[in-house]
Design a protein around this ligand. Structure first.
Ligand SMILES: *Cc1c(COP(=O)(O)O)cnc(C)c1O
Length: 473
C-alpha cells in the first residue's frame, strides 16, 4: 500500500466513524418532525438506506461526503415519500397536448366516470340483461360505431400497443408495404420499422422519401403480402415536391388484391379542426369512409381522453386482433375504458368545446384569454407592471405540427425579475418548484405564461405561484 492509499483509508475510517447511528437519526428533531405521519419501521428503513448510501460513497472514495448531511437527506427522503409527485402542474407553456405534462387532461364527466369505475365494481365482462359473460369492448364499440361507422372497436394500453398488436395479429410472418416517406419515428423511441419487426412482419418499403405513387405499392405486392400500412405524419411535415396516394386509392388496391389496409392515424381526431383556424387534421371517420380496414389512434391526443390506444374497423379483423395472445397483455383497464366511453359521449352530444379541456383550450376566444391575463396582472400589481403580450399556442403531442393558435401571455422581463433579485431561469425554477408548480416558458428574454393552456379554474393558482416566486405573497 502506498502512503497515499494509507492516508485515504485513514480518512475513510474517520468518515465512517462520523456517520450517525440509526437511532440517532430517527431521534433527531428534524427527522421526527416529518416522520410523525409515518410508521416507525418505515422511518427506520429509510434511515438505514440513507446511511448505507453514505457508507458506500465513503468506501468508494467519493470526495466531499459529509456525515452531517445524513439527517437532512433522511428528512428530504421522508418528505418526498409523503408528497404525491403526480399532483397538479399549471401548464403555462402554450403547448396544449404536452406529453411531459401527461397529455390531455380529461373532462370532469370523464374523471367522474373513471373514479366510479375505479372505486366500485363494474359490469366489465358481464351482460346485466342476461347475467352472462359479456364483452368488455361493447360500450366503446357501440359509441365508435355511432360516431364513425366503425363496425367494431378494441381499446388497448396506448396507440403504440394498438399498432404493435394489429401488426402482430394481422401481418406476422408476412410482408407489409409502407411508403419510404412514412417509415418514421413518432418520438419516445417509437419507430415504425422497429414496431414492424417486433410485430413479426417484414417491412417492404416503396417509393422515395418525398414521393410515392399508388403504382409503387401495386408493384411490390407478392403472395407474401398481408397488408398496406399508412402512417399519418403526426409530428412533422414534408413540403414541396411531394406525392402520396390517397387512402381511397390505397383502399382500392387493397380490395382488388385481397389485402388489408391498416392506418396508424396518431391523433384520432373526431371533429374538423378547420373551424378553429387550424389545418384540417384527418379524422377517424374519414379514414374509415375512405376504405381503411383498421385504424389505430391514441386516446389522449386530440380525442382528449385518458391514455389509451383505440383500434377501430372491420369486425372480422378487430375480432382477430382481440383474439391474439398479445391483446391480453396490452388491454385497457376498466378506468381507461370508462374514461374513453365518457369522452366519446361528449362527441355524441356535440359539447366538446364546452367540456373537453383540450377542445375548450383550442376554442377559447383570444379576447377571453386577454381578459384572464389582465386579471392576473391586476392581482399581481404589487410585483410591478406585468405586461400582457401576444403569443402563439401550439397543439403539441405530435399533432398538427407547425400549426399555431393566436394567444395571450403574461410576461415577466429580465429587468422586472432582477428587481426581485432573480434571473429568468431562477424565476422559472422557483415557479416549477412552487405550490402549485407552474410551468412557464422563456422566449425573447421574457418569461411567459400562456393563458390558453391554463385551465380557468387554475387562475388563482397562477397568481399565487407568481406572487410567491416573486416574493410579494
Ligand atoms: C402518438 C403516435 C403514436 C404513439 O401513440 P401513443 O398513444 O403515445 O402510444 C403512434 N403513431 C403515431 C402516428 C402517433 O402520432
Amino acid at each position: 500500500m502506498s502512503q497515499g492509499d494509507g492516508e485515504r483509508t485513514g480518512r475513510a475510517t474517520e468518515a465512517l466513524r462520523g456517520l450517525p447511528s440509526i437511532a440517532a437519526v430517527t431521534a433527531d428533531p428534524a427527522v421526527a418532525e416529518v416522520a410523525s405521519g409515518l410508521r416507525p419501521e418505515i422511518v427506520t428503513a429509510v434511515a438505514q438506506q440513507v446511511v448505507e448510501r453514505f457508507r458506500r460513497a465513503i468506501l468508494a472514495g467519493e470526495a466531499g461526503v459529509d456525515p452531517d448531511q445524513v439527517v437532512p437527506a433522511v428528512r428530504e427522503e421522508l418528505t418526498r415519500l409523503l408528497r404525491p409527485r403526480l399532483a397538479t402542474v399549471i401548464n403555462g407553456t402554450g403547448v396544449i397536448i404536452h406529453t411531459n405534462l401527461g397529455r390531455a387532461p380529461v373532462s370532469a364527466e370523464t374523471a367522474r366516470a373513471m373514479e366510479e369505475a375505479a372505486t366500485t365494481y363494474t359490469p366489465l365482462e358481464l351482460q346485466l340483461e342476461s347475467g352472462r359473460r359479456g364483452g368488455r369492448m361493447e360500450e366503446v364499440s357501440r359509441l365508435m360505431r355511432a360516431l364513425t361507422g366503425a363496425e367494431a372497436t378494441l381499446v388497448v394500453n396506448n396507440n403504440a400497443a394498438a399498432v404493435l398488436l394489429t401488426l402482430s395479429a394481422l401481418c406476422a410472418g408476412r410482408e407489409v408495404i409502407l411508403s419510404r416517406g412514412q417509415a418514421v419515428e413518432i418520438g419516445g423511441g417509437f419507430r415504425v420499422p422497429d414496431v414492424m419487426v417486433q410485430g413479426g412482419a417484414r417491412l417492404v418499403e416503396v417509393g422515395t422519401t418525398n414521393r410515392t405513387y399508388a403504382r409503387d405499392y401495386e408493384a411490390a405486392i407478392t403472395e407474401q403480402t398481408a397488408a398496406l400500412l399508412a402512417v399519418h405524419w403526426s409530428n412533422f411535415r414534408i413540403i414541396g415536391f411531394t406525392a402520396q396516394p390517397s387512402l381511397a386509392a390505397l383502399a382500392e388496391i387493397a380490395r382488388r388484391r385481397g389485402l388489408v389496409l391498416i392506418e396508424d392515424l396518431g391523433s384520432g381526431c373526431l371533429i374538423d379542426t378547420a373551424p378553429f383556424g387550424l389545418a384540417h387534421e384527418p379524422t377517424v371517420g374519414e379514414s374509415l369512409a375512405a376504405g381503411v380496414d383498421v385504424v389505430c389512434f391514441s386516446g389522449d391526443k386530440l380525442l382528449g381522453g385518458p391514455q389509451a390506444g383505440i383500434i377501430s374497423g372491420r369486425a372480422d379483423l378487430v375480432q382477430r386482433i382481440a383474439a391474439h395472445p398479445l391483446a391480453r397483455a396490452v388491454r385497457a383497464d376498466k378506468t381507461a375504458l370508462a374514461g374513453v366511453a365518457a369522452t366519446l359521449r361528449h362527441y355524441l352530444r356535440g359539447d366538446v368545446t364546452e367540456t373537453v379541456p383540450i377542445w375548450r383550450m383550442i376554442a377559447a376566444p383570444v379576447a377571453a384569454l386577454e381578459a384572464r391575463c389582465r386579471a392576473w396582472a391586476a392581482a399581481l400589481a404589487a410585483a410591478g407592471d406585468l405586461p400582457v403580450v401576444a403569443s402563439r399556442a401550439t397543439i403539441g403531442g405530435g399533432s398538427l405540427p407547425e400549426e399555431t393558435l393566436e394567444s395571450r401571455a403574461l410576461a415577466v422581463d429580465a429587468a422586472l425579475a432582477a428587481r426581485h433579485g432573480l434571473t429568468l431561469p431562477e424565476l422559472a425554477a422557483r415557479l416549477r418548484a412552487g405550490e402549485p408548480p407552474l410551468m412557464p416558458y422563456v422566449a425573447d428574454d421574457r418569461l411567459l405564461i400562456d393563458a390558453r393552456t391554463v385551465l380557468p379554474e387554475q387562475d388563482d393558482g397562477v397568481v399565487r405561484a407568481l406572487a410567491a416566486a416573486l416574493g410579494v405573497a
